[in-house]
Design a protein around this ligand. Structure first.
Ligand code: NDP
Length: 279
């Protein structure tokens, strides 16, 4: 399940919607807030800026110094949130230690919180309330499953990983689509046995090539969310080549889930813009 056709389809939708909004005098805009110059933030930022350009969405980047004090950071973020021309805010994390994320997550208004930092959006994911914004990565994984017509209703889904940005929201999104979901983590006993029962296996653990064919049921659909650097190469959490004989469908790394996230980001900006402007 390559990500590109999925991303292309979402991009076309977002572009059409951006055009429609502009004809109504509304210019959708994303603001990216980055503290410091982490290489993975910069790589994602470049991809996001390019995607917004393709979709006809305005995009600005606010870069703040790594040693910015908490109070100044809050002031800057509040100013971005209060800017009426901005519809969606993407804040790169983790933030430096001096900044208290527990305060930060309440600063971005839920309507502009397109990557699910604000607890109100987290609650909406739990409730299955589609007016909110689940994080872009699990949303991208769901878009892939939808695009490739994977049946989720009644399926047995196993999610490896329980982070707030991938594992937990992924489990909730699968549950919303009527899958029966098991969440696994580093303290789970008999991991291969649990995984082997999965019709849908989602790996989001950040351990290069950990998931071998021994974890995979015949005919399973596997989503590899992992992005790891292993010996200079980008690898997933799944041993893709080894599992190819067993799976019915699998996402590659790179060119899988990661290539769909900026398209979802664009779609979220359009959605926030429409909701804010009642268009
Ligand atoms: P975290 O480190 O926050 O979470 C990892 C999760 O995996 C934890 O819940 C942890 O369990 C669990 N885990 C770790 N080791 C094992 C193990 N041996 N067995 C079972 N479970 C284990 O990572 P993220 O959720 O942020 O990211 C996960 C992966 O997804 C990473 O590779 C990351 O790079 C990638 N990613 C990809 C994106 C994309 O666009 N494709 C975007 C975001 C992330 P515990 O809770 O017990 O510690």
């Amino acid at each position: 399940m390559k990500g590109k056709p999925v991303a292309d389809a979402i991009t076309i939708r977002a572009k059409e919607e951006a055009e429609r909004l502009k004809q109504n005098g509304v210019y959708p805009k994303l603001k990216i807030v980055r503290v410091g110059e982490r290489e993975d933030d910069l790589a994602y930022e470049r991809a996001a800026v390019k995607r917004m350009e393709t979709c006809g969405i305005l995009c600005e980047v606010l870069t703040l110094p790594l040693d910015i004090i908490h109070e100044s950071f809050i002031k800057e973020l509040k100013a971005v949130d209060e800017d009426k021309t901005v519809h969606g805010i993407l804040l790169f994390r983790p933030l430096p230690k001096q900044i208290n994320e527990n305060e930060v997550k309440f600063i971005i208004s839920p309507e502009k919180d397109i990557d699910c930092l604000n607890p109100i959006n987290v609650a909406k994911v739990l409730e299955g309330d589609k007016s909110g914004f689940p994080p872009c990565t699990p949303s991208a994984a769901m878009e892939i499953l939808k695009y490739y017509n994977v049946n989720l209703k009644g399926s047995n889904a196993v999610v490896l990983g329980r982070s707030m940005v991938v594992g937990k929201p992924m489990a909730m999104l699968l549950l919303k689509e009527n899958a029966t979901v098991t969440i696994c983590h580093s303290k789970t006993n008999n991991l291969p046995n649990i995984c082997k029962k999965a019709d849908i296996l989602v790996a989001a653990i950040g351990k290069s090539n950990m998931i071998s064919e021994d974890f995979v049921k015949d005919g399973a659909v596997v989503i590899d969310v992992g992005i790891n650097i292993d010996d200079g190469n980008i690898t997933g959490d799944v041993k893709t080549q080894e599992c190819l004989n067993k799976v019915s469908l699998i996402t590659p790394v790179p060119a899988g889930v990661g290539s769909v996230t900026t398209a979802v980001l664009a779609e979220h900006v359009i959605k926030s813009c429409k909701q804010i402007n009642n268009k």
